[in-house]
Design a protein around this ligand. Sequence first.
Ligand code: ADP
Ligand code: MG
Length: 394
Amino acid sequence: ERLDETSTNRRILSTFKEGEDNINVVVRVRPLNNREARSGDETVIQFPGNGQILCESGSGQKPRQFSYNVVFEPAATQEDVLQFSGVKRLIEMSLEGFRCTAFCYGQTGSGKTHTLTGPPGLFGKKMAPYSDQHGLVFRSFLYLFQLIKERPEKHFVLKASYLEIYNEKVIDLLNPGSLRKPLAVRWSKKARGFFVENLFTVDCEELDDLLAVLEEGMRNRSMGSHHMNENSSRSHTILSVHITSEQPAENGVFISRSGKINFVDLAGSEMTKKTRSEGKTLEEANNINKSLMVLGYCIASLSDRKRKTNHIPYRDSKLTKLLADSLAGNGVTLMIACISPARFNLAETVNTLRYAARAKKIRTKPIVLMDPREALILSLKREVAVLQSENEHL
Ligand code: ADP
Ligand code: MG
């Protein structure tokens, strides 16, 4: 039961271009908010350009410099994040059969939910007309359907699911009944991956179907958090779109591929410390943070180039089990680290910048899992080509 792609019975094709990072790490700095501005708080972040961030350190010391793929300054728009974060490449690759994940990391109030879904209040009303406040998920869905329209020769089947992990319990955001009976995460031998048992997956033929999933899940998230007296900053949400494509090949055979894109809104990164100081029971505190801590361990061990063992502790939390197929080295990942520019948040900001810098060191090689029929066709074609060239030389 290892996540080892060489042991699958499916053939593997890597169409990944060398030299392109499969973990893209970008930072988005939100504007100073009204409260910070009123209280005279000041910004501790500078932007020298070229994906660099300068962040103040202790008094009198030199500012620390960090380097990322892209840095979004406070004036950056929601559309900028779509265009320049690299998420468009993830969407393109998910259509080609790669498993992709975009996740927002950062302390509570740093702009994770704003970046992914937009400001509160955008939902619940009708999502149209298209507003400049709509977040990355909405924009990604538009782009996804634009690409599908441009590929009429292929038949795409889309299915979406939306879940929340709170206290290591998986709740289906499309099925409020699961609030009372959380769902189990299991290993599938056939698919060689973890999955959530009995999770609703909705067939999405049109853009509106995907948007309805987003809207319904957001509504249930806020209802659920009320019901459970929880704080949404302590839960993780994963919105997944599974994309299967079929393309007719020669001799009436179909080539099929299945990719996926996950959008993950993580719990506030300050939670580790906070829950301890709030006198929660050890189990509660551990559970709330377990997924976040294990994600940190996974990123640390993946990014440690000198590591001796190949053990990545995916199995130690629900979140990492469900993201393993993207993080394990065969997927493509975008990390959006969200930070506040205010001095008040400096300690958490430095933590986030360090975490993001660590993630940037990860090097893996993504693969496409091919249908065995496609693999067979390709190998037959290669044989034919070899025979033909031998013939020509006779
Ligand atoms: P998080 O999800 O990380 O806890 P939110 O996304 O809820 O944080 O953001 C906290 C507040 O700051 C919200 O009121 C949000 O609308 C606002 N905000 C966050 N990022 C931006 C931004 N880039 N531009 C304008 N407002 C923002
Ligand atoms: Mg949030």
